[in-house]
Design a protein around this ligand. Structure first.
Ligand code: SF4
Length: 359
């Protein structure tokens, strides 16, 4: 039983007069937009199938820009969710929206209807990228929205993207640094992909946009994961979920989509940790034993044993043994050679991600 259940209601493009270059939500067919009067019955249906008691059960309004809906529409959704919260059937209400649709009036309404989490479609904090992606607002608007939201007891999640037009490793690092300064409670990380019926698809077909490769998206994703983890900003999602905006893989024209993106990123970060601990062995080893928590097996070995292959190519003359051990803490490593045994906890490893120049 998962401790955290989100019951999503998809409100495609409602309330959103924009056409961000990467988004095809307005074109999505075959997805019936939910109706407010269905909220209570759907939640009851989901609750009736649950076994055990999750710690958090939330109703979520995803897919569009919730606070861009008319006040009447917002209230019709919120009333339903609020009734469920009042009855103790759910513990929270979450919604996604744009930074330019945050005002005091809107936030007052959300708090009065029991909303607990705001997911802000930040995407990037580099103005050039926002402009090239036709977001319709600048980073200053995001900072302003963040400041306003922080006056209320909402949980704040930033939705961030990698590889939008104009993005590169340096700019992605800048967005992470600025995000850390803004201190959201959590982030979702999505690599940009080219979907049918988007402006991005047009740029791509004209050779004006080149999506990141999967390797680039995984490398930067791992760097972001390291940075956010060091600064204790929870990464609540890595990569698209089929229920987000990629309805079917047929909509995908190009880009670093991988169904196990999160796993690839986690194992890339673990590879960095393994390389770091091996680099601390003073005498070039003939044999290395990497001991890790049994639950980290797939992260250590890597997707399709990618980490094993990479490590063998870096250390071709070294015999590397992988040993799962339930007594080692999650994400910690113990590495032994003929001459030395070194441990490297995740926390210690994450020091590497501390930002020196906080400007
Ligand atoms: S990304 Fe969000 S704001 Fe942009 S077009 Fe799609 S739904 Fe609207």
């Amino acid at each position: 039983m998962s401790k955290f259940i989100i019951i999503p209601f998809f409100i495609p493009h409602m309330g959103c007069p924009f056409s961000c270059a990467f988004c095809n939500q307005w074109k999505i067919t075959g997805v019936q937009a939910a109706r407010p009067e269905e909220v209570i019955s759907k939640v009851d249906e989901v609750l009736s199938t649950l076994k055990g008691a999750p710690e958090r059960i939330e109703v979520a309004f995803f897919g569009g820009s919730f606070t861009g809906l008319s006040t009447k529409q917002q209230v019709s959704w919120l009333e339903q969710a609020y009734a469920l919260k009042e009855q103790g059937k759910i513990t929270g209400i979450r919604l996604s929206t744009r930074p330019d649709y945050i005002t005091v009036e809107i936030l007052d309404r959300l708090i009065s209807y029991g909303v607990t989490t705001i997911e802000l479609g930040v995407q990037s904090l580099v103005d050039e990228i926002l402009e090239k992606s036709s977001r319709g607002h600048t980073s200053a608007i995001t900072y302003q929205a963040t400041k306003l939201i922080r006056k209320y007891p909402f949980e704040l999640i930033y939705q961030l993207m990698l590889g939008l037009p104009g993005d590169n490793q340096e700019k992605a690092y800048y967005t992470a640094k600025k995000t850390i300064q803004e201190k959201p409670d959590g982030v979702r990380i999505y690599p940009a992909v080219v979907l049918k019926d988007t402006a991005l698809a047009e740029y791509y077909s004209k050779g004006l946009y080149k999506p990141w490769t999967l390797t680039e998206a995984v490398d930067m994703g791992a760097r972001w994961l390291g940075l956010f983890s060091y600064y204790r900003i929870t990464v609540i999602r890595l990569g698209l979920q089929s229920t987000d905006s990629l309805r079917t893989e047929e909509e995908l024209l190009a880009g670093p989509y991988h169904p196990a993106y999160g796993e690839l990123v986690e194992s890339r970060l673990m590879l960095e940790q393994i390389k770091e601990v091996i680099s601390r062995i003073r005498v070039k080893p003939q044999k290395i034993r990497i001991v890790f928590n049994s639950r980290d097996h797939s992260k250590v070995i890597g997707h399709k044993k990618a980490n094993v292959t990479i490590l063998k190519s870096i250390f071709p003359e070294t015999d590397i043994e992988f040993i799962p051990d339930a007594t080692v803490n999650n994400n910690d490593l113990l590495v032994g050679s003929e001459t030395q045994t070194i441990s490297l906890s995740r926390q210690e490893f994450l020091e590497k991600y501390r930002i020196e120049d906080e400007e």
